[in-house]
Design a binder for this molecule. Structure first.
Ligand code: PLP
Length: 396
């Protein structure tokens, strides 16, 4: 046996490296406050009603009649039906067998690689790091498409050969840039994927932050069912980063080399995954109800107000940044000649502010940082006041 040397990647995962730097700072200045606008984890506490729903479902395990053993590998029908109905409201029809309940988007966007050999991945630069790292672990060929000011940070299929097929990662709203692709832009990808027999992996983790008329699902685009897999998550929309639940849609129409990708993913999940706990799926079901949706919207509004506060302060301080109407992240150009890591350390050591250095998302992220609006309101206000030249300036 030989170890997979791809796991010996020299660079630490960006978030591990950030945590190390923050730990060193805490050791050096134990009394200084850390203002964490870095890792995109949610901070709003969960609603009591949602917790009660899950607690009651958990208590069902105490009764012989309602006790449950292993959950179905691909999820309970009650949750799949609710997801089918959610899409039906947008005029998109699925059947339960096309929905796979998972313990979050992270596993599915990486495990999907098990279905393919000799794969060429098309990934944005900068990107959510898991796409890149997982492809490196598998030794896949990788084509990086730069997201720059010149192309408005938009991922489009320019320069890709049309005589081969790819696995194309599209994250819209995007992590880290916050940019959303519109209907026409997604249609360009769908047409390209169908023409080249490529597959789009559409990461929909930030769908609930979309407030303009950008598509909230790749399947809003005609032709997507024959070329796209959509991965969704309750992590950011409903605060499930700890509880873990998401879902992936693999349409029956998605065929490659005369084989059903849906059947392949079914076999994969039944082999590699033993399902999501019943009470967590009951919580996810509640999230999809009209009452649950209203509750979740409250937290999303809170984070969106954080975005507005961040943007007002950044504007006031003449920072150049990508405006984020549809996203919890703000992609900020570093106002000095420092590298991303130098500026990260400057913000940490001067103000106790933690951001994510743009270069942690890829080479094209050099010269940028990412702020997360998932921090608490207090942290956002304090961090921005510290950054602001005039301490008198009050945001309204
Ligand atoms: N995809 C993107 C683009 C993300 O930003 C994240 C988490 O930050 C994930 C997937 C992982 O989500 P989950 O918590 O559902 O695993």
């Amino acid at each position: 046996m030989k170890i997979n040397e791809s796991y010996l990647l020299k660079d630490d995962y960006v978030f591990t490296k950030i945590n190390k730097n923050v730990a060193q700072f805490k050791e050096k200045y134990p009394k200084k406050r850390i203002l964490n606008l870095g890792i995109g984890d949610v901070t709003c506490a969960m609603n009591r009603k949602l917790i009660e729903v899950m607690a009651n479902a958990l208590y069902e395990q105490t009764n012989k009649k309602t006790f449950k053993g292993y959950p179905p590998e691909t999820g309970y029908d009650f949750l799949k039906n609710a997801i089918v109905n959610k899409y039906a409201l947008k005029g998109i029809s699925f059947i339960c067998d096309e929905i796979f309940i998972s313990n979050g988007a992270g596993c599915d966007v990486t495990n999907i690689l098990n279905l393919f050999h000799n794969l060429t991945a098309v990934i944005a630069d900068p990107t959510y790091p898991a796409y890149l790292n997982s492809n490196k672990f598998y030794g896949n060929d990788i084509i990086l498409l730069p997201l720059t000011k010149q192309n408005n940070y938009k991922l489009l299929p320019y320069g890709l050969m049309e005589d081969r097929s790819y696995l194309i990662y599209i994250c819209s709203p995007n992590n880290p840039t916050g940019v959303t692709l519109n209907h026409n832009e997604l249609k360009t990808w769908v047409d390209f994927a169908n023409k080249t027999q490529s597959i789009i992996l559409f990461d929909n983790a930030y769908e609930s932050f979309v407030e303009d008329n950008s598509p909230k699902s790749i399947y809003e685009v005609e032709g997507a069912k024959t070329c796209a897999i959509e991965v969704s998550s309750f992590s950011k929309s409903a605060g499930f980063t700890n509880l873990r639940c998401g879902f992936t849609i693999v349409p029956k129409e998605l065929m490659r080399q005369n084989n059903s990708i849906n059947n392949m993913w079914l076999k994969h999940q039944c082999t590699f995954f033993n399902g999501v706990p019943y009470h967590i799926q009951k919580g996810a079901l509640f999230v999809l109800s009209s009452e649950g949706e209203k509750i979740c919207q409250k937290n999303i509004k809170y984070y969106k107000t954080n975005v507005q506060i961040l943007e007002k302060y950044l504007k006031y301080n003449n920072f150049e940044f990508v405006s984020s109407n549809n996203s919890p992240y703000i992609w900020v150009k570093i106002p000095t000649t420092q590298t991303s890591w130098q500026y990260f350390n400057f913000l940490l050591n001067t103000y106790g502010i933690v951001c994510v250095p743009g270069s942690g998302f890829g080479k094209c992220g050099e010269g940028y940082i990412r702020f997360s609006a998932f921090a608490t309101r207090e942290e956002i206000n304090l961090a921005m006041k510290k950054l602001t030249k005039s301490a008198q300036y009050e945001i309204v």
